[in-house]
Design a protein around this ligand. Structure first.
Ligand code: ME8
Length: 637
């Protein structure tokens, strides 16, 4: 049995919980549910970051004590996670004694071993981020995150000798390619580390900030909030020497947004190294949600409103949308239309209809119990040409496992939906309602109904980490009790005679006329037929299969997506005008067809080397993909 310890950032208590916090926490919840389903011993930690100037200032503004504000907002986070069904194992608050004890012990250890010294520092400080910014990071004299002017602060403080770990850290990251992932963030960190690393100021004089953990070796100072906060991951396990620490710490992985990459990828490994503690296994970094394509500052109420949509459309629909829509690592745009679009298409049409159709057929045509499958040659011959759902599911299981290993939730869901699509096509091609009218085809009907019931049972397991409420309903409709296990998700496990109940309305369709903008017609009237060309003419066009490695929006463009594709022998950037029809996460991992020998062209400042082929009619656009697996670079003729 493997062990797995996953943490979210601990959220600041000056803000209300919003979409961004919810996304990270849902990601962590889906991952721990998946690992638990796979049989691992798991532990998930979340909590709140309660010290520092930012909290003290927000509390003063609200006419409260910092502790009262922390109590109120920490409870609001906890309540949000309860309402979202988040299954965390521990909730840490940095004002708890169990945390303060570990922070003080760590500071004392680093002081005793000469890792901390007293010095003077002057720098540009952002009160919002609670950190100093280097000249290079400052944008127009402002904090790049809060877009507010920075303040010059000079004071005597204690410093952690972080600079001495620079060469070691670069070497460690270079030798552990997935220590920080996805790769773009690893590259960003290696980029930061090309400049000299400064020592880290780890204290604040009480004359300026009182709200923090007092240094154990100088009572005129409190601990800098990041030095305090990062240690939550350790203090929640009771600190070094505690049984929980010994058990879980060697398996720790963190999930954070890209805004806090530097403290997690630089300060934290150096702190752990100095304290002679093992480093984390992986730092999993996700991108930022934008609203209507705009980068949002941390304290905007729209993000809170976005989270409120979970009540309007259900937790499962909300979870599905955020996990499916965002390619983990890249930014994504949140909109109610987008959510309703996916709810109607993927959840109501594809999944909900399948569940309703299949359970209704079993109840109406087999009296509400799973019939035995007849695996005779005659039945196989009669169902010839219908792909084996057992095989499709096996591929889905492997694809989901691979995607989850890489924190690629969008790919895991796309893989499950390939199975949903295959089962829907199976119903269409086997036509069980027609088989039911011919008594001599009973064996075929039974086999089809068994396959449908078994497919739903497998979906009830595979969907559990992502759509916990709906997966439970599906399992219950199929008489499955007890906790689901991935090891039970193998074809043929369902017993004939199992009672089945009709389950309809799993995801009611939403009238999207009020939310969705009218689809634009993309087809133009066809004029004269184009002239005929020779085979030789056609041969001048080089068409190749290209695998999409990453898809992202082109800034300021509604129509364009920038695709990074693999052509077997090289990677290329191709810009495609398909953003109104495909979310970036839809394309990730797809094998498309491109014109590979097109002259390069610049589109909105991005150089495109090739063109993605797509067809369109009546406002629908579809990119060309290959219907069997071909390697990237394969020639298309
Ligand atoms: O930074 N899109 O806390 P915080 C996606 N206390 N995720 C977002 C987001 C957005 N627009 N906005 C916020 C802190 N997040 C520190 C952390 S950890 C030792 C200390 C998420 O309340 C994302 O996970 O500002 C981001 O990293 C986190 O909220 C920041 O939360």
């Amino acid at each position: 049995m493997a062990t797995f310890y996953l943490t979210t950032p601990i959220y600041y208590v000056n803000d209300r919980p919003h979409l961004g916090h919810a996304y990270t926490t849902i990601v962590a919840d889906a991952m721990t549910r998946y690992r638990r389903l796979a049989g691992d011993e798991v532990r998930m930690l979340t909590g709140t970051d309660e010290h520092g100037e930012k909290i003290a200032q927000a509390a003063a503004k609200a006419g409260m004590t910092p502790q009262a504000m922390a109590d109120q907002n920490s409870a609001a986070f906890r309540e949000t996670w309860r309402a979202l069904g988040i299954q965390y194992d521990d909730y840490i608050r940095t004002t708890e004694d169990r945390h303060k004890t570990v922070v003080r012990a760590m500071l004392q250890k680093l002081w005793d071993t000469g890792e901390i010294y007293l010095g003077t520092y002057g720098g540009h400080y952002c009160f919002g981020c609670e950190r100093f910014y280097t000249e290079k990071e400052i944008v127009d004299g402002k904090c790049p995150d809060h877009l507010r002017p920075l303040e010059w602060i000079e004071e005597q403080n204690y410093f952690f000798k972080m600079s001495k770990y620079q060469a070691w850290l670069v070497d460690y990251i270079e030798h552990h390619p997935d220590f920080i992932r996805p790769e773009r963030y690893r590259n960003e960190v290696l980029g930061f580390l090309r400049d000299p690393l400064q020592d880290l100021s780890i204290s604040r004089p009480k004359t300026r900030v009182e709200w923090g953990i007092e240094l154990p070796f100088d009572d005129k100072y409190v601990t800098y909030v990041w030095f305090d906060a990062l240690l939550n991951y350790v203090s929640a396990l009771g600190g070094p020497g505690d049984e929980r620490f010994e058990k879980f710490w060697p398996h720790v992985q963190h999930v954070t947004g890209k805004d806090i990459l530097k403290p997690h990828a630089i300060y934290w490994p150096c702190m752990l190294k100095a304290a002679e503690l093992p480093l984390y296994q992986h730092l999993n970094v996700h991108g930022y949600w934008t609203l209507g394509g705009h980068k949002i500052s941390k304290s905007i109420g729209n993000l809170v409103e976005a989270l409120a949509l979970k009540e309007k459309y259900s937790n499962d629909a909300f979870r599905y949308f955020v996990l499916r829509e965002m390619s983990f690592g890249l930014d994504a745009d949140f909109s109610e239309e987008g959510l309703v679009g996916r709810l109607n298409a993927d959840l109501a049409n594809d999944l909900g209809n399948l569940v309703s159709r299949a359970t209704t057929l079993i109840v109406n045509c087999a009296g509400g119990t799973v019939p035995p499958p007849h695996e005779s040659a005659a039945v196989f011959a009669a169902l010839r040409g219908v792909p084996s759902l057992a095989q499709v599911f096996e591929k889905t299981r492997t694809d989901v496992a691979r995607a989850m290993d890489a924190f690629a939730f969008h790919r895991a869901l796309a893989a499950i939906w390939e199975f949903v699509g295959a089962v829907n096509r199976y119903v269409d091609s086997t036509q069980p309602w027609a088989l039911a009218k011919e008594p001599e085809r009973r064996a075929q009907l039974d086999t089809v109904l068994y396959s449908l019931a078994e497919s739903l049972r497998l979906l009830g397991v595979a969907l559990a980490p992502f759509l916990p409420d709906s997966a439970l309903k599906i399992r219950q409709a199929l008489g499955q009790t007890g906790d689901p296990k991935l090891s039970d998700a193998t074809w043929g496990g369902l017993k004939a005679g199992t009672p089945v109940q009709k389950l309809s309305g799993l995801f009611p369709r939403i009238d999207d006329k009020k939310t969705a903008p009218a689809a634009a017609a993309t087809t133009k009237p066809v004029g004269e037929d184009p002239p005929r060309i020779t085979v030789a003419d056609f041969g001048t066009i080089e068409l190749r299969v290209a695998e999409v490695l990453a898809a992202e929006p082109v800034p300021k463009s509604k129509k364009l997506l920038k695709l990074t594709v693999d052509l077997g022998t090289e990677q290329r950037t191709v810009v495609a005008g398909i953003a109104e029809h495909y979310a970036p996460a839809d394309l990730d991992g797809k094998k498309v067809v491109i014109v590979a020998n097109l002259e390069p062209a610049k589109l909105m400042g991005v150089e495109s080397n090739g063109m993605v082929l797509a067809g369109s009619a009546d406002g629908t656009l579809a990119v060309l993909t290959v219907d069997r697996d071909l390697p990237p670079g394969a020639k298309v003729r």
